[in-house]
Ligand binder design. Structure first.
Ligand code: BGC
Ligand code: NOJ
Length: 817
């Protein structure tokens, strides 16, 4: 069953009924000011950091799931009936409803009682504010007198404190109201120099800033007393719960339309210009007023919206594809690329499954996210790489997370996840391949943000590499530390205390448990580092990297090959995990994916054999599960993985993130049919038709789909913020379509289903635009060996970097087998 449809031309997903199985969300903003918005206008906003600079309040794990947001109410003065045109929170019957989620904006439309309303929500580029454009049309035969109300609930900035510290916070809330603009200024009197504002383009019939005055005692957002009464009370919040609400009266002739613009924004004043007059406690509004005036003008708001559209035209235009498969096309051309932007911006911090309080930006996560993002905004990728590297420790280790506002490593989680450092190499390699900006390697970057400790970025990569060599275990495999990519394989934790964090508890000295996954990742990263060193003429470094990679690959053959697949790890007792000798968890996906991506087993058939084992033991029609058999009970020596009931999350769920590793591995052994089949199994667009089972948004990947051991096999969870976004984008574009950025040019090496007759791609790369046509007349899965470039045969499938000609370059590639 479907709950909407894709409008590919407008790059929108149109939801046609408000009660989707779960809230289906979108992101507003893509630079510094962000919002989350659901299909019923639920969600919240923040500036840079969802934890430390939260603008509006949101109560997670609520009933209903999604409550609290950017709610508008309409009230018919004659009948006294009122409703919210976004359906929530009043949930009245509608004559029609739609929610269009687009690139950085959402439009919610409905008609009730003959009154049609559209609200367009978006964040203008380069501004720290969001615009709500509410258009109301009278579809009745008679005149209508309507009151329109806006509403938001302010958060007292620190979302964690806001949700817990009531003894203080019920006394600190402060607002000002001036010329119809509501200013939220809690703590502005002391150490904050920022405030929020909520403005309206029309003359007000009233406002409210105190929640109780607006809602009334014992009432909720579904029936605010002041809306029901048809008159806001002009309340001024002192402590308790500051909100913002405006009231505008509209007299509408039949067929008449009126537009109201609401702005919710964030502003920082220079410390010495906080107050006006100086010495008073009144906010100096002089610096923000021009911005407010500008965007309250509907024409300016429209122009800003147009700029946003053009911005996305530009970003998405960098890679456009036309294949025989509509699901591939819309994911690659629109939604998967868009999701990559969201994961780049948010890492895993703020979604409807990540509370914005729990997590900062992950070191490994953010580095991997670059794979899907780097071609769209290389300058921002560069900045991110330098920020991440600056949190690296002198040992080469890494803080597992950092806070985006402070850009400092997050001490709560600390480090010791022994895979982390290598992802920096992978991220930098992706950046270099895309941009050719070799200068980044010379950028001085501190360790642990310590001034004076700066070393060239290249030295950071060297230390990442060395980190593993300094931490080898009894078999010569890398020690796992707190965990590797699989945060839930906690081999040094041994926790029997409820509530203890599996990721930060260590009961063992960590000198025994080893990771075959890290071994594979090390080989992959060492080969990248060798390629980088060679291009800088650091031949001794390059040689060392290759020698260590080869040595590690030998160790993997010796101790990491189980006969039919790669072992996963060794536990604290030196016993294998992910081996046929285990009772449960005999085979894991991660080591198959990473070892093959690192090139291990490609020469002697082991890679193909491992992939057959994946197909036999792990593949389901909903995707590939993480391991089998699922752990049926809690194992003290394995940790969190066995804390999940079978079939969920890391315990044999379909952890979508590493499905693309297998997809890539399949392309490496030339199996285009199977690679594409696996891709389609988790492709949300292809799953749209089973929306009642899948339940999450059909336009973005979810982190997990319940595995075959779960009663809800096929149900997705944790949509949006997942490494799946970058990895599937990378797998589809660079490995299935095979349009692959390399250090010295653009490789054209598709590995596609035999039945595809061909496809075309437009790719902007290093200043050139390539119009690539791939032909497959003989029904092959792989085999481009030479290219026709503007009609000339270049006898290789690597497009060399060349000066940008004024015209796009025509490239023709034929699969010859
Ligand atoms: C989840 C992992 C996640 C980790 C982060 C665990 O509970 O299962 O997917 O990486 O938390 O700390
Ligand atoms: C989600 C985390 O964000 C990621 O870092 C980790 O690799 C996976 N879970 C697997 O545990």
């Amino acid at each position: 069953m479907k709950y909407g449809y894709f409008d590919d031309r407008n790059r929108e997903y149109v939801i046609t009924q408000p009660d989707t199985p779960l809230p289906w969300i979108n992101y507003l903003g893509c630079q510094a000011y962000f919002g989350i918005i659901s299909n019923t206008a639920g969600g919240y906003s923040f500036y840079r950091d969802a934890r430390l600079r939260r603008l509006t309040r949101y109560r997670y794990n609520n009933a209903p799931f999604d409550l609290g947001g950017r709610y508008v109410y309409l009230r018919d003065t004659e009948s006294g009936q009122f409703w919210s045109p976004s359906w929530q929170p009043t949930r009245r019957e509608f004559e029609n409803y739609s929610c269009r989620h687009g690139m950085g904006y959402t439009v919610i439309s409905s008609t009730a009682n003959g009154i049609e309303a559209h609200t367009r929500y978006f964040v203008p580029l380069d501004e720290n504010l969001e615009v709500w454009q509410l258009t109301v049309t009278n579809r009745r035969q008679t005149k209508a007198r309507i009151s329109a109300f806006s509403s938001i609930e302010f958060c007292l900035w620190d979302a964690q404190d806001d949700a817990t510290n009531f003894q203080r916070n019920f006394s600190t809330g402060q607002v000002e109201v001036e010329e119809g603009v509501i200013y939220h200024k809690t703590e502005y009197r002391e150490r904050r120099d920022h405030f929020a504002y909520f403005a309206c383009s029309e003359p007000l019939a009233g406002f409210d800033t105190q929640r109780d005055a607006f809602l009334g005692r014992y009432r909720g957002w579904d029936s605010p007393a002041a809306v029901e009464a048809g008159q806001l009370t002009n309340s001024i919040a002192h402590g308790w719960a500051p909100i913002g609400a405006h009231q505008v009266t509209l007299d509408l002739k039949p067929g008449e339309t009126r537009q109201i613009v609401f702005l919710l924004g964030y502003h920082e004043n220079p410390v010495n210009q906080k107050f006006d007059p100086p010495g008073s406690q009144t906010i100096n509004k002089a610096l923000v007023k021009p911005t407010i005036a500008k965007y309250l003008d509907p024409l300016e708001a429209d122009a800003a919206f147009e700029r946003l559209r053009q911005y996305w035209d530009g970003l998405l235009g960098i890679f456009q594809v036309n294949t025989p498969d509509i699901h591939t096309n819309r994911m690659v051309n629109i939604w998967n690329a868009y999701q990559c932007m969201a994961t780049f911006n948010m890492s895993r911090s703020a979604s409807f499954y990540e509370s914005g309080i729990g997590r900062g930006l992950g070191f490994r996560d953010s580095n991997q996210d670059l794979l899907g993002f780097v071609h769209m905004a290389p300058a921002r990728a560069r900045e991110r790489i330098l920020d991440l590297a600056a949190t690296q420790l002198p040992t080469g280790g890494a803080y597992h997370q950092y806070q985006p506002l402070t850009k400092r490593g997050n001490n709560d989680i600390g480090g010791g996840f022994n895979d982390d450092p290598h992802w920096l190499i992978v991220g930098v390699a992706a950046y270099l391949k895309e941009t050719g900006d070799w200068g980044i390697l010379d950028e001085p970057v501190p360790f642990e943000n310590e001034p004076g400790s700066e070393q060239p970025l290249y030295e950071h990569l060297r230390r990442s590499f060395q980190y593993t060599l300094d931490r080898l275990g009894p078999h010569g495999l890398p020690l796992i530390g707190r965990a590797d990519w699989n945060d839930c394989l906690n081999l040094n934790c041994f926790s029997d205390t409820p509530g203890q964090s599996f990721q930060t508890t260590t009961s063992k000295d960590g000198k025994v448990a080893e990771s075959v996954f890290i071994a594979g990742l090390f080989v992959l990263a060492a080969k990248e580092l060798a390629a980088i060193a060679a291009r800088r003429n650091l031949n001794a470094d390059a040689k060392q990297c290759l020698a260590e990679a080869a040595k590690m690959a030998r160790v993997v053959y010796e101790h990491g090959w189980d006969g039919e697949w790669f072992v996963r790890a060794y536990d604290d007792f030196g016993k294998p995990i992910g081996s046929k000798v285990c009772d449960e968890g005999k085979i894991f996906i991660e080591s198959q994916g990473i070892c093959i991506m690192a090139g291990i087993g490609l020469q002697d058939g082991k890679a193909s054999q491992a992939l057959e084992s994946v197909n036999k033991h792990l593949a389901t029609r909903h995707g590939i599960v993480l391991q089998q058999p699922a752990y049926s009970k809690y194992y003290l020596h394995l940790g969190e993985i066995s804390s999940y009931p079978p079939g969920y999350k890391e315990n044999a769920g379909i952890f979508c993130h590493n499905n693309p590793w297998i997809i890539i591995a399949e392309t490496m052994v030339g199996n285009g049919d199977r690679a594409f089949d696996y891709y389609t199994r988790i492709n949300p667009s292809a799953r749209e038709k089973i929306g009642h089972l899948h339940r999450c948004e059909p336009y973005v990947f979810a982190q997990m789909i319940a595995g075959k051991d779960a009663p809800t096999h096929g149900e997705a969870k944790n949509s949006w913020l997942t490494g799946t976004a970058a990895w599937t984008y990378y797998a589809a574009t660079q490995w299935i379509m095979g349009i692959r950025a390399e250090y010295d040019g653009l490789r054209i090496d598709p590995v596609i289903p035999a039945k595809w007759k061909g496809f075309t791609v437009t790719r902007r790369f290093r200043g050139n635009t390539y119009l690539i046509e791939v032909k497959n007349p003989k029904g092959k899965q792989r085999g481009v060996k030479r290219l026709l470039v503007d009609g000339k045969d270049i006898a290789t499938n690597l497009l060399p970097v060349c000066p940008s000609p004024p015209e796009p370059i025509q490239v023709e590639a034929v699969l010859e087998g």
